[in-house]
Design a protein around this ligand. Structure first.
Ligand code: BG6
Length: 491
């Protein structure tokens, strides 16, 4: 990582909340540990609660003990990090409270300021207008917007309209933490840093692409939010669609924000709508029932705290996306994600076509002759390329078997700690690099596509299909690629 050693004030709205404690402050701590925060960089928690700076520092210390175990007893970073932390009590809906930022000299000495809005999106508009009314929207000041950026195109436009009344597009950083994951960035390195893959990256050579984000967790006390969202809005509209864009986009002219985003938007615009009756053949929705994960009994969706038996919210979705352009004509992109599945992993599989003419003629060999490039995002970060090999042995004849060429990133880089997504993204905001953030037209195009699916689903009385926790989702999701004569690669 290149250093961001320009001093900055980082103000976190929702500074005492779950996201701040679990992700943002641990990420900032790691940046400090790695020497990537300038001496005068300050971190200011902001929320409605009355708290002294000391109380806030204690709360952050507790969170670090839990979420960054290596920080316990770290005598080098903590004293420095603690000095950076302060707290301002601000009711986001009370404009006069924002004067307190001026009292705390936020943005003084021509410092850059990052306002991280880890709050409900309903507050984005009023926070931005109060900041502007207190002179806190100058060019060197930026806002970071956490998802969800609306629940459909209309609400997302409304949020955007409110925010853009006071901040320019260049000052707005819409975060999708998947773009900060190391292997996701590595996808760009693989595609555009090697001559090997790009000439084979098209419908002449690739049969299908599969993107899976499988989680073992359930809604984890977030029923209120999750039940209004569901897997399509919570995961597909942003994380999975962004991954699809990085796989499918044309090579950008440069690795800068607008060049990359200009290519992604073309993919989004080329996504074939899934509407009306198509939604039945191209999508599968599921909802988890009780079951067992890692040897433990777990609850079904309806047994979660706050649940409502009428809910039709999907906790699983699988779908076939098609991209209507020359490069991807006829190549399905299968996407699937779900909660309470059998295993936690995220990966992208590029399934190549069979060889055009096989000289290894027996039937079993012919089936096998397909290369796969697998990019695993988590839990471990690795890339593997499946190639066909002859099984050793004189008596084996010409028996072929797939063998994986494995690149484990931790082994290749001597177990160098892989930064968490938020570390990279926070650093990028501080150094004003928006390449890994979403531009508004991308968000809008993704909502437009997802709205079509939601509208089709809302026209049916069918409930999402139940699946046992710990399984691979509803049986119908297995059948989705089978209808096209294909399989999920791990099935
Ligand atoms: C969030 C979703 O954006 O991503 C959560 O709101 C989900 O529901 C999480 O669990 C998954 O992120 P990760 O990085 O753990 O795969």
């Amino acid at each position: 990582m290149k250093a961001s050693l320009k001093a900055c004030d980082v103000v976190i709205f929702g500074g005492g909340g779950d996201l701040a404690m679990r992700k943002l402050l641990p990420a900032l701590y790691h940046l400090d540990q790695d020497g990537l925060l300038a001496k005068n960089t300050r971190i200011i928690g902001a929320s409605r609660r009355d708290m002294s700076a000391q109380d806030y520092q204690d709360k952050v210390r507790e969170a670090l003990n839990e979420f960054v175990p290596t920080s316990v007893g770290d005598k080098n970073t903590w004293p420095r990090f603690k000095e950076r932390l302060s707290y301002v009590s601000v009711d986001a809906q009370e404009e006069s409270d924002f004067a307190r930022f001026n009292e705390h000299n936020v943005g003084d000495d021509e410092k850059d300021v990052v306002f991280y809005l880890a709050t409900s999106p309903d507050l984005f508009g009023s926070i931005c207008s109060s900041l502007a009314n207190h002179g806190l929207n100058q060019e060197r000041m930026r806002v970071v917007l956490e998802k969800p950026l609306g629940r459909d195109l209309i609400s997302s436009r409304a949020i955007n309209d409110e925010v853009t009344q006071n901040f320019g597009e260049k000052q707005i950083f819409r975060i999708d933490h998947y773009l900060g994951k190391e292997t996701v960035q590595n996808l760009l390195a693989i595609r555009f840093g090697n001559t090997l893959f790009e000439p084979l990256w098209d419908s002449a050579h690739i049969d299908n692409v599969q993107i899976t984000v499988s989680e073992t967790v359930g809604v984890e006390g977030r029923w209120g939010y999750y039940d209004k969202a569901g897997a399509l809005r919570d995961m597909v509209q942003n994380h999975l669609v962004q991954l699809l864009c990085l796989v499918a986009m044309e090579p950008p002219g440069r690795n800068d924000a607008d060049s990359v985003r200009d290519e992604k938007i073309k993919v989004l615009k080329a996504l074939r709508p899934i509407e009306g009756a198509n939604a039945y053949t191209k999508t599968v929705r599921g909802q988890y029932a009780k079951g067992m994960i890692n040897g433990k009994d777990v609850k079904g969706y309806f047994d979660e705290e706050g649940s409502n038996l009428e809910s039709r919210t999907e906790t699983f979705v699988a779908l076939r996306a098609d991209i209507d352009n020359w490069r991807w004509a006829g190549v399905p992109f299968y996407l699937r994600t779900g909660k309470r599945l059998g295993q936690r992993y995220s990966e992208i599989v590029i399934q190549y076509k069979s060889v055009p003419h096989s000289i290894f003629n027996d039937e079993s060999n012919r089936q096998l002759q397909r290369n796969q490039l697998i990019i695993r995002l988590q839990p471990e970060e690795k890339i593997s390329l499946t190639v066909m090999n002859k099984v050793p042995g004189a008596g084996e004849g010409m028996n072929l078997q797939p063998v994986d060429l494995n690149l484990s990133l931790s082994e290749a880089f001597n177990n160098k700690r892989s930064p968490e997504a938020y570390e990279r993204l926070l650093l990028d905001v501080m150094r004003d690099d928006a390449t890994l953030f979403m531009r508004y037209d991308e968000v809008e195009a993704a909502w437009k596509w997802v709205d079509g699916i939601m509208a089709a689903w809302s026209q049916t009385s069918e409930r999402p299909k139940e699946y046992a926790s710990g399984s691979w989702g509803p049986a119908a999701s297995m059948a989705l690629p089978i209808k096209d004569g294909r399989n999920w690669h791990d099935y």
